[in-house]
Design a protein around this ligand. Structure first.
Ligand code: SF4
Ligand code: SF4
Length: 193
């Protein structure tokens, strides 16, 4: 293929005398590098050093354990909203006022894409994105997390719950005239009573 640069083309950048010497540009480059040696480091030596993640970070989804039980009422909305169909559950009845709970709840972490849709649709704030991202499996079966690995106490998820309260929950009710008194059955809302 023929070159587009024509000899003597006016659009070709003309080098100045200093530019033709090259050395000034080399020293400029070295000065730039030396200046950055003394600036604060932004890279880290992962995995020995872990990054500090803010509450906005979406790690693996987990179930919120509140008052020694899951907030989840097994409504199935998160499984319905999950794009890669990573969530499965089996609902069962309970004599507790919330009436239903997930007898089994599983998330296939090989399918999960950390989109946060499950968290977004959950009416009970029962599934949230945790800061946990650093895990691996030696077998595909190990990637299916059950309640034993999904249930995390609310105290450990407080930064994310506060983040949701600040950035997400405020919009609830603005469109649908939501009345909090209509939603008193959940573990989450009973605590506010
Ligand atoms: S974060 Fe997204 S992909 Fe993962 S379980 Fe939730 S909805 Fe499914
Ligand atoms: S985690 Fe939330 S959306 Fe999913 S089944 Fe439980 S209550 Fe419903």
């Amino acid at each position: 293929m023929a070159s587009n640069i024509i000899k003597g083309d006016k659009s070709e950048r003309e080098l100045s005398f200093m530019g033709k010497l090259y050395f000034p540009e080399i020293f400029k480059g070295m000065a730039f590098s030396i200046k950055h040696i003394f600036r604060p480091t932004v890279t880290i030596q992962y995995p020995e050093e872990k990054p500090e993640l803010g509450p906005e970070f979406r790690g693996r989804p987990v179930l919120v354990k509140d008052q020694e039980q899951e907030r989840c009422v097994a409504c199935g909305l998160c499984a319905r909203a999950c794009p890669p169909l990573a969530i499965s559950m089996q609902a069962a009845e309970t004599t507790d006022v919330k009436e239903r709970y997930p007898e089994t709840f599983e998330i296939d972490m090989l399918r999960c894409i950390y989109c946060g849709f499950c968290e977004e649709v959950c009416p009970e704030e029962a599934i949230v994105m945790s800061p946990d991202y650093d895990f691996n499996f030696s077998d595909r079966k190990d990637a299916v997390f059950g309640k034993d690995r999904l249930l995390i106490d609310k105290s450990q998820l407080q930064p994310r719950l506060n983040f949701l309260a600040e950035k997400r929950n405020k919009q609830f009710g603005k469109t649908f005239n939501f009345q909090a008194s209509n939603n008193t059955h959940s573990v989450k809302n009973r605590q506010d009573d």
